[in-house]
Write a protein that binds this ligand. Sequence first.
Ligand code: SAM
Length: 253
Amino acid sequence: MNDTKNKIKEYWNERSSTFDLSPGHVIINRNEGAAWKSLLQEKIGLNAKKVIDIGAGTGFLSIMLAEMGYEVVGLDLSEEMMERAKKKAMVRGVKVEFKQGDAENLPFETGSFDALVNRAVLWTLPNPKKAIAEWRRVLKPGGKLCFFLHEPHPDGVSDRARRYFGNIFILVTERRNPWNSLYDGNKLGVDLPFRGGVEPSVITKLLEDSGLKNVSAEPMMKIARLKRNNLPLFNKITASKHVQYCYTAVNPK
Ligand SMILES: C[S@@+](CC[C@H](N)C(=O)[O-])C[C@H]1O[C@@H](n2cnc3c(N)ncnc32)[C@H](O)[C@@H]1O
């Protein structure tokens, strides 16, 4: 593993203890969970069996998919994030196979999976184009790709104020300094092309250029609304308004 990937892995190992404290990272009520499951079922379909969740983290998608009856492999760079996911899967009584690996260099045979999913991962990869080529490689012909990613962070005065107060809240509740992240400034030492979020047109072009078909990008307004309605008041005020998109594509036969 190269130096950049090691730094990223160490960051997430440390971050694992606070990751699920953010209401944005977990399901906070039943309606939201039901909406996620219905979206995943619509995008992946009922015929898919083997699904891989790339950058599975603490298991947000992996565990939901296992509950829906899919055979799930969760892959992540960070052992500590996956330890959390394993414990959560056990508590929920579902089976997920977790494996350490790199999203840009997958340890699987070509054509291994019926579907590949991920959430909030492409922004932290140094080479998104390589990652997408890998994701396509491990999909069976006709296999479905479905992932979730935010548009660029807005940066107006009110957005910066909201972020500032949100960070103070994190400092107090999580005892973590969000101003001192590996992803701030040039600490990582390499460019992450999608670090601040990305325009949907950039992603759809990348997917089309990689040879994937039926490419689509949908803003996830319903889930965002459900999430926002159920947030505690302070999180509601400080939550960023940038939209998360659901991207889908098919590996041609
Ligand atoms: C923002 S978290 C998202 C976690 C999870 N997908 C979710 O939505 O809750 C990003 C995850 O990507 C993982 N990650 C970062 N770079 C990776 C890479 N090159 N290969 C695999 N996983 C990676 C991190 O360890 C972390 O668990």
